[in-house]
Ligand binder design. Structure first.
Ligand SMILES: NC(=O)c1ccc[n+]([C@@H]2O[C@H](COP(=O)([O-])OP(=O)(O)OC[C@H]3O[C@@H](n4cnc5c(N)ncnc54)[C@H](O)[C@@H]3O)[C@@H](O)[C@H]2O)c1
Length: 356
């Protein structure tokens, strides 16, 4: 059987969830790993069955391996741009974690480089592959709520005794806008929320953001509490509210955070009641229409399934010669949305997302 042979660049916190489907899927195999921290490369490389000669601290060595078909780039954001250009230059197919870059100019150059090289280019966005979100989208597409008119997303950042361990190194770069591209909650995690809005209702036309600031340890500013609102081209509207509550205790196996989505259509409303955590003791998807409430619980709700599904989708797209979701162009749209929120908060006024 032909296999997609994958090299992972950046074996940090999130690489554990990327590896799951590559290890389980008979049509894929992790054949190489690179991380500048040798211990990360060694520990995860060995756990994934990577041969010792294909475990590196310099990703250029990984790119030189002929047996690598595709690279999964899981680096801090400011490194995505150069790593994608280098991978394309080496003729590798590319999947890069969100946000694809720090600017639209970088995104354009990345799209052009992968097109010139004739390689697949995926921007890895997993929230749209979370099973409850997939179910909500199927219900919207089936016309259950009529034309969607609004989307509201609420994100609770909190604390949890059972959250997974996030190494200090993985936190530090997120508090530096030069490496992150914006704030940890509204830009980094916000990418997922802007992707959800885009996924359900298309690109925003204008964005207005108020981004707060909470010092969580000396010099580290968390961009909370924040509220971002926007208008879609069809006249619909959306909003994202992000609040960090230091004494709010959540159950989760991943980050200490939980999200909820509410989509209102012309004749009904859909709620996705959970994300990483489980705050509400409620079915993951609830639909109201015609004076009746229906609930949907027949789906996996573990957060890891969003990664598994996104990766499986890409493997399928690779073998079918189809475009992966997100494409570079779609990732660029979500990036523009996220950057517009940063810009609006900076200017203190709404920002229009002109075409282009
Ligand atoms: N989709 C999601 O829900 C989600 C969640 C977490 C992180 N992410 C994304 O995944 C990416 C990585 O995040 P993370 O949390 O794993 O960060 P991390 O800091 O844990 O991992 C980054 C790894 O890159 C390595 N690295 C840094 N510079 C390098 C270089 N020049 N060459 C080789 N290795 C280098 C570091 O040693 C580290 O192991 C980011 O784009 C982030 O936004 C997405």
């Amino acid at each position: 059987m032909e296999k997609l042979r994958v090299g992972i660049i950046g074996a940090g916190r999130i690489s554990d969830l990327h590896a799951l489907e590559y290890l389980a899927n008979p049509r894929a195999e992790i054949v190489a790993v690179a991380d500048m921290v040798a211990e990360n490369a060694q520990t995860r490389g060995r756990a994934w069955g990577v041969p010792a000669h294909a475990i590196f601290t310099n990703y250029h060595d990984l790119l030189a391996l002929p047996e690598v078909d595709l690279v999964e780039i899981l680096l801090p954001h400011h490194l995505h741009y150069q790593a994608v250009l280098d991978a394309a230059q080496a003729g590798k197919h590319v999947s890069v974690q969100k946000p694809m870059a720090l600017s639209v100019e970088q995104a354009d150059a990345m799209i052009a480089a992968t097109q010139r090289a004739g390689v697949m280019f995926k921007v890895f966005e997993n929230f749209i592959f979370y099973p409850p979100v997939q179910r909500a989208k199927a219900l919207v597409d089936a016309g259950e709520i009529g034309e969607p008119l609004s989307i509201r997303i609420k994100s609770n950042a909190a604390t949890s005794p059972n959250a997974w361990q996030v190494p200090l190194a993985a936190q530090i770069w997120r508090f530096d806008p030069a490496q992150n591209g914006g704030g940890p909650l509204v830009f980094d995690d916000g990418h997922h929320k802007f992707a959800l809005a885009w996924h359900f209702m298309g690109q925003a036309e204008a964005v207005h953001a108020w981004i707060g600031a909470t010092e969580v340890f000396p010099g580290a500013i968390l961009d909370s509490p924040s509220i971002i609102s926007w208008k879609f081209a069809n006249g619909g509207v959306g909003a994202l509210e992000v609040v960090y509550s230091p004494e709010l205790v959540l159950d989760t196996q991943h980050y200490a955070q939980d999200d909820r989505i509410e989509i209102t259509g012309a004749k009904g409303v859909i709620w996705v009641t959970r994300g990483h955590g489980k705050m509400l003791d409620a079915p993951p998807v609830v639909l109201y229409r015609d004076r009746q409430t229906r609930t949907f619980s027949d789906m996996p709700v573990g957060w890891e399934h969003s990664f598994i599904n996104s990766t499986r989708h890409m493997i399928d797209a690779y073998f079918a010669g189809a475009a992966p979701s997100l494409t570079g162009e779609q990732g660029r749209e979500v990036l523009r949305f996220a950057l517009a929120a940063q810009e609006s908060a900076r200017l203190g006024q709404a920002v229009t997302l002109a075409k282009g």
